[in-house]
Write a protein that binds this ligand. Sequence first.
Ligand code: ATP
Length: 435
Amino acid sequence: MERYKVIREIGDGTCGNVFRAYDIETNEIVAVKKMKRKFYHWEECISLREVKALQKLNHPNIVMLKGVTMENHELFFIFEHMECNLYDVIRERRAPFSEEEIRKFMVQILQGLVYMHNNGYFHRDLKPENLLVTNNIVKIADFGLAREVCSSPPYTDYVSTRWYRAPEVLLQASAYTPAIDMWAVGAILAELFTLSPLFPGETETDQLYKICSVLGSPDHSVWPEGMNLPRSNRLQFFQIPPRNLWELIPNASLEAIDLIQQLCSWDPKRRPTAEQSLHHPFFNVGKWVPRPLHDASYPRTNESRASPRLELNLWGFGTEPDDLDLTLSLKPSSVTDLSKHAPKHTEEEILPHLGFENPPVQPGLWPLMSSSHRPMAMGDVPAMPSWQQAYMIDSQSTLPAVGGFSGSPFGLSPLQPNLLERNPSLAPIRHVNFF
Ligand SMILES: Nc1ncnc2c1ncn2[C@@H]1O[C@H](COP(=O)(O)OP(=O)(O)OP(=O)(O)O)[C@@H](O)[C@H]1O
C-alpha cells in the first residue's frame, strides 16, 4: 500500500473504513476502502459481490472501482474519490432544496439504477449514505449487498438499512426484485424534500408501523401477495388510515407527490421501474405537452366548445411501452383551436387527477426526525417488548417515541492518519487494476 498516502478517514461503514488517499503513481486523490474482515485467499477477494458487480458496471452514475489490493490478509478497494455523500448534503442543508435541484439528483440516481438493473444487478441497500456526490454529480456506491437479479432466492442474507427497507423485505418475502431499490428511491425522494427520513423506524416492527402510518395499512386490495408473507400478521395490529402526503411533504409538487406515492407502493409490482420513473411527469414539469386533440370521450359540440374546461392531468403510467411518454398536459374539453380560445378559468377548474383521494387525516405523526439520527446499517435494535399492547389498543394515541438514541452510528471515527502506512507490506501483495 505504499502507493497510497492516507490523508484522512472519511467513512466508517459496516464492512469497511474508507480513507481519502493520494495515489503517488497517478497523482490522483482516491478513496481507499479497507475491509474489516480478513482475507486469506485471493480468490475469496475477487469473488466478493462488490468486486464482481463493480467490475462489470461502468456508468457515470456508479462509483468507479479502480483496483483491488490484498496485503497482510487485509483487502483494500481503490475507488474514484467523491467529495461527500447525499446524507452529508442533506444534513448540512439549511433551506429546502428546490424541486429543480431534487430533479437533478433523482435523474442521476435513476439513470444509474436503470443501467444497473438492465445489467442484471439490484443494489439492495440504497440510502443517502450510499449516494456519493461531487459538484452535484451523484454516483451510486457500496455494492456490498448487490445481487444478481438472476441469482436464486431465498435471499436470506439481506440486511439493508431499515429506514429504506421495502415492506416485502420487512415481511420476510423469500424472493424479491429490483422493486426493493425503487421503494428506497421513493423514500429518498421524500427525504430530499423534507430533509428528514420518511419512515424512521426504530425497530423492524416500528418500521412497519411508520410505513402504515403514512401509507395506511395494506389489505388484499392493495397487496394481495403481501397478506400471505411470513410476518404479515404483524400488519394486522395496525389498522391505520393513510396520511395525506401533501401534508407531510408540503413543499413537493403534485407530480412529486404522485411519484413518491407510486414508488412507495406496498405492492412491489405497482412500483414503477427506474426507467418508467424517468418518464414520470415529475421530470417534465414545465414542459407542457398537449394531449392529442382527438379524444373520443369529449363530444365535439358547439356547446362544449363554448365552455372549454382545463384539467391538470397527471396520467398514470403503466408497463406498456405506449405509457412511457405520458406527461403533464393541458387537456381542452373539446376539439378546438386553442389559440382562438384562450382559457379564462379560475383555480377551482384545475382538477388534479392523482389516482388517490383525500384520506382521513391521522391526527399525529412522529416528529420530523433530525437526519443525524440514523439507523444501524445491519441488524436491528431488539423490538420493543411491549409493542403488541402499545399498538393493538389504539395505534393513533400510542405513537412510539422516536429518536431515543443519541449519536449517529454513521459518525466518523477519530482520525486515523497513515493507518495504511502503518501496515508495512511484509506479506505478498496482490493487486489488480480495473481501469
Ligand atoms: N469513493 C468514495 N469517495 C468518497 N467517500 C466514500 C467513497 N466510498 C465510500 N465513501 C464514504 O464512506 C462511507 C462508507 O462507505 P461504504 O458504504 O462503501 O462502506 P460500507 O462498510 O459498505 O458501509 P455500509 O455500512 O453502508 O454497508 C460512505 O457513506 C461514504 O461517506
